[in-house]
Design a protein around this ligand. Sequence first.
Ligand code: GAF
Length: 399
Amino acid sequence: MNRGDRWDEDSRADGVADAFARLYGGPPDGVWAAPGRVNLIGEHTDYNDGFALPIALPQNTLLAARARTDGRLRLHSAQGGGRTVELAVAALAPGAVTGWAAYPAGVVWALTEAGHAVGGADLHFDSTVPTGAGLSSSAALECAVAVAYDALHGLGLSGPELARTAQRAENAFAGVPCGIMDQMASVCCTAEAALHLDARTPQDHRQVPLDLRGRGLGLLVMDTRVAHDLGDGAYAALRAGCERAAALLGLPALRDLDAGGLPEAVEALPTELAPLVRHVVTENARVTEAVSRLREGDPAALGPILTAGHASLRDDYRVSCPETDLAVSAALDAGALGARMTGGGFGGSVIALVEAEREDAVGGAVTAAFEAAGHRPPRLFAATPSAGARRLAPGGGTR
Ligand code: GAF
């Protein structure tokens, strides 16, 4: 099974620097990497000021970048169909750029809006983060630009400040009303750890050690290949529903409702909002529980927590789909310790916590179940908690 972490980052860094030189003439000022993520637990909680527990994936977006002084921004991606997008930084405005280029251009816009006198740049991206799979390929694009600009212009921004800038680019420039989890994961995760995020105070995030292999465990990621899209209105409607529920309850955010107050809140709320609130409150509790189990050195105990999280997303939040439900049930039937959809939902990917020796059997069972149901086979890989965004030397290696 593809383990992602064995992909040769040094030669990829060389490759992206070489491609940059061919495209733009001359070497880049540097090469940066920003990863995709899977979230272990804590879904649709970030925009409710709640908790999440993501890990960074080994799959990442590499960016070769060189600053310019003439206010021009040139963007090219190995996955972008061969076209170079050329823009003037002064003309950047919400809605002015569409497609993949809106994410990186949005970060330059957000930095400028925040008063940083950053100019243009030549940028070339090459990504191994699958797109449309709910694995945060857009956050990886944004965060690569954020860390590169921070270094090129000596801005000295903290990880959470860079994540906030990337989130602003996505919210205000690209028009996707996401929370801050994906950007925090891409910037602030570390290898062999999960990131305990409190979205109300991202600066207080904590690393929770997570040595899956050392415990004889594996984390299987299954991309159902049902394309997920946060920009299609369903995500925004859920977020608006949560905000309305909080307002009706007289709370700053749903994070401020605890399990004790849940029955009364459910009774008081309109029937369409009550299940959303139940999901958010129980999901926040699942994150707290998961962190406790990890701190006790018992990652296998995450299994039932993941499965309960999926039931809540399926039955209360209603963001699963037949393919994600099938992947979860087939993985559990084949002996996974726990499984759930990860990310925003409406398709995307499922994670399964498995005993390492069961990885291939569980993956095979899910593939067989998809074939039997007439679905395209899922794409499978095993994830290891990996490093967040960082600078790579053009010749390879971490600087
Ligand atoms: C998407 C969003 F971008 C995140 O902010 C988060 O809300 C997630 O869906 C659901 O937990 O990935």
